[in-house]
Design a protein around this ligand. Structure first.
Ligand SMILES: [Zn+2]
Length: 202
């Protein structure tokens, strides 16, 4: 048998909290206070063994998953024995979203993120940022690869247009300059000129 039978509490903004007594001002002091958002996950129990490992019993409610501390990078937080759906507001679009238990397990146990890290953007804004970042890298690579061929100038214009379309910043005059160079080197630049002149589609 284990050393310390712990009850599992959950708060939709603060996450899971293990305690051998009910949530009160003292035990929740470091978890943002004992407000009305805490509830106990009934019938779920965690026991810490003498060797420091944990054993778990009971069935988690839908939307919750068990964590595996041996796969987590603690930082200042953790271990995380239980993941539950966290209610968040996106920093970029201000829409409410849920950072799901499955997503958390993926972040902390597969991707190797610190337990202190948390999602501050909804998944569509995260995707948007990732695509912008990819476009920025592609733009940098294409800019570095410019040589005396028409193809390299066309490539840099295409990368620049993609970056603009994804919300990045590129000087249009700079792109026009590469278009002119490509044309001088024999490329057909009509389509590129049209894209450069057209209003942005996001
Ligand atoms: Zn968002």
């Amino acid at each position: 048998m284990g050393e310390l039978p712990l009850r599992v509490f959950f708060h939709p903004q603060r996450g899971a909290f293990l305690s051998d007594e009910a949530i009160n001002a003292r035990v929740a002091r470091y978890r943002g206070g004992a407000d009305g958002g805490w509830r106990e996950l009934k019938g779920v129990q965690v026991e810490q063994q003498k060797d420091g490992s944990f054993s778990t019993s009971g069935r988690l409610p839908a939307g919750f998953v068990w964590g595996d501390p041996s796969r987590q990078v603690f930082g200042l937080g953790g271990p995380a024995l239980v993941y539950g759906p966290l209610e968040k507001r996106c920093r970029d679009c201000k829409v409410d979203f849920v950072f799901t238990a499955e997503e958390q397990r993926h972040w902390y146990e597969t991707l190797g993120f610190f337990l202190d890290a948390t999602a501050v953007r909804c998944s569509s804004c995260r995707t948007k940022r990732r695509r912008l970042e990819q476009a920025r890298r592609a733009w940098e690579l294409a800019s570095k690869a410019v040589d005396s061929t028409a193809k390299s100038h066309v490539a840099v214009v295409e990368a620049g247009l993609t970056l603009l379309e994804r919300g990045g910043q590129v000087k249009r005059e700079k792109l026009m300059m590469h278009v002119a160079r490509a044309e001088k080197l024999g490329a057909n630049v009509r389509a590129l000129r049209e894209r450069l002149g057209a209003p942005l589609r996001r």
